[in-house]
Design a binder for this molecule. Structure first.
Ligand code: NCD
Length: 305
């Protein structure tokens, strides 16, 4: 049902489509871990990353290869014609004629939506500035679902830079639709933007806090994020907030026994490394889930599922 569709915002997907992606992703796990299959043989994915990426770019590319397809990419936007002054619209028109599906990450909010207007093939948003990151949300939801088996009634804390973090923007929208209770925990000045607050408040009553310790004992999931240093207009403002929260073993003592800790990664100092060795840590499993989820998405938008 996703055949030919763009995925620009998590709002573009219905609940049924989200669960359909999960069931395909589940089937993809052994393929991801094994030798791969060739359902996308002869199909080409173009990855256009105008901002840094490790997990998102590699997992999309690995997903395409695991399904028998190929990838075209540039290693650095400096080596594309954008550095000669080509517009995004022209770049997309060209790439669209060479590829069957386009994945784009850009620092401007709305860039992926714009790209989708100039492409006939499906365009997938891999992060647009402080906007949205819908495929990250799918793998985040998949991780919650595979660990806890449901969304309804779960107490989920989104911790950190809720202002500039695109992963939490998409995730909050999805969770409010799926019946979870949302706790928004951020340092002062990095609260969730008004427009997202308005939208999620139509479905749920988010609780807003500045201190994790006020609510940790209630939470089933803590989804912590990096402070998005690159989006601060003034580095001094970043310096004031940097390092203001960190999950470590002492803090976890106050949480539920089966609390799970997630993070889209990369982390800077939000999670102490010793947490990695506890059963609470799910962020590496979460990063792995990017592979089967993106295999599901590519096969579905390309009409092979
Ligand atoms: C996130 C992003 O790019 O928004 N990373 C990712 O895709 N896993 C989070 C971040 O950069 O902090």
């Amino acid at each position: 049902m996703l055949s030919g569709k763009d995925i620009i915002s998590i709002r573009d997907l219905t609940k049924d489509e989200i669960f359909e992606i999960f069931s395909v992703a589940k089937e993809m796990i052994p393929v991801a871990k094994g030798k791969g299959i060739d359902i996308l043989k002869g199909r080409i994915l173009a990855t256009l990353f105008f901002e840094p990426s490790t997990r998102t770019k590699f997992s999309f590319e690995s997903a395409m290869y695991k399904l028998g397809g190929n990838v075209i990419t540039f290693f650095d936007p400096k080596y594309s014609s954008v550095s000669k002054g080509e517009t995004l619209a022209d770049t997309i028109r060209m790439v669209d004629s060479y590829a069957d599906v386009i994945v784009i990450r850009h620092s401007y909010e709305g860039a992926a939506r714009l790209a989708s207007k100039f492409a006939d093939h499906p365009v997938i948003n891999a992060g647009d500035g402080a906007g949205q990151h819908p495929t990250q949300t799918l793998l985040d939801l998949f991780t919650i679902w595979s660990n806890l088996g449901k969304f309804e009634g779960l107490n989920i804390g989104l911790l950190g830079d809720l202002k500039y973090g695109r992963t939490v923007h998409s995730l909050a929208l999805a969770l409010s639709d799926l019946g979870s209770n949302i706790y928004l925990i951020s340092p002062k000045g990095l609260e969730m933007p008004e427009h997202i607050m308005r939208e999620i408040s139509l479905k749920t009553k988010p609780r807003v806090h500045n201190n994790l310790m006020d609510v940790i004992q209630e939470l089933d999931v803590i989804y912590t994020t990096r402070i998005q240093k690159e989006r601060f207009p003034d580095i001094n403002e970043y310096m004031k907030i940097a390092g203001s929260y960190r999950i470590d073993l002492d803090i976890l003592e106050h949480g539920k026994k089966d609390l799970i800790i997630m993070h889209p990664l990369p982390r800077v100092d939000e999670i102490a490394p010793e947490v990695d060795y506890t059963p609470h840590a799910k962020y590496f499993e979460q990063a792995f889930n990017g592979l089967p989820i993106r295999m599901a998405i590519l096969s579905m938008v390309l009409g092979e599922r």
